[in-house]
Design a protein around this ligand. Structure first.
Ligand SMILES: [Zn+2]
Ligand SMILES: [Zn+2]
Length: 228
């Protein structure tokens, strides 16, 4: 049984977790469903974990990853990359961010707008009451310190999407929460966590372990056990 629908994007849709998933991952409220190669799904999972460890106020807490039906895949230590062409249904489980419930509606009412020079951008031009009210959380003139927050994350090696308003929102406390991460620069992250003045020892240790897992992903091959 599938959980209730939350929001739908181009590549992924997000729904509330089922009772089964909740039993496995008690902290998870949402499941992001997307078809991905296993290596990429795992990499994303680790990237989200790193971002949340370093900036818990700016990212969702990702607590689990389910790959395939019942997670039916196995790993073998070879360098074969052929498996990257196989896509599997994946579910990335996370907590619900402390943003207004209206954000999901606002995201669902967005449309793709074509600008000059073939630039397409997702915008909310909806005039419904909810969107009009929620707009203030995304209004570029009210982007208190938005650039500063983004720059701060980039200094730590975490690059977030800033053009698609469905990917982030402002919390009542005034934090920008990002639901997506574009790219993580492992070298920059490693440098950032090496600063003992700004990053607690335990956090640096956990992040370093996750960076090693991302590195390890380059070496393993993931063979689907139930591959047809
Ligand atoms: Zn929002
Ligand atoms: Zn609307």
């Amino acid at each position: 049984m599938l959980g209730e629908f939350y929001s739908r994007g181009y590549h992924a849709s997000v729904r509330y977790t089922t009772e089964e998933e909740k039993f496995q991952f008690p902290n998870a409220d949402l499941a992001r469903e997307e078809s991905l190669p296993v290596r990429l799904a795992k990499k994303r999972f680790y990237i989200h974990q790193i971002a949340f460890l370093l900036f818990p106020g700016n990212f969702i807490d990702v607590s689990g990853l389910i790959i395939g039906k019942g997670g039916t895949y196995s790993q073998a230590p070879t360098r074969d990359r052929a498996d990257d062409k196989s896509f599997f249904p994946t579910q990335l489980l996370s907590t619900l961010a402390n943003v207004s419930q209206d954000h999901a509606i606002y995201s669902n009412h967005m449309e793709v707008v074509k600008y000059a020079l073939g630039v397409y951008r997702k915008r909310n031009l909806c005039g419904c009451e909810i969107c009009k009210k929620h707009q203030k959380n995304h209004d570029r003139f009210n982007f208190r310190n938005f650039k500063g927050v983004v720059k701060n994350l980039e200094n730590a090696g975490i690059f977030v999407p800033i053009d698609d308003e469905s990917d982030f929102c402002l919390t009542p406390e005034g934090n920008y929460v990002f639901f997506e991460i574009d790219y993580l620069d492992p070298k920059r992250v490693a440098k950032f966590v090496s600063n003992k003045k700004t990053v607690p020892k335990e956090t640096a240790h956990s992040v370093t372990k996750l960076l090693a897992r991302i590195e390890e992903l380059k070496r393993i091959t993931i063979t689907p056990a139930s591959h047809p």
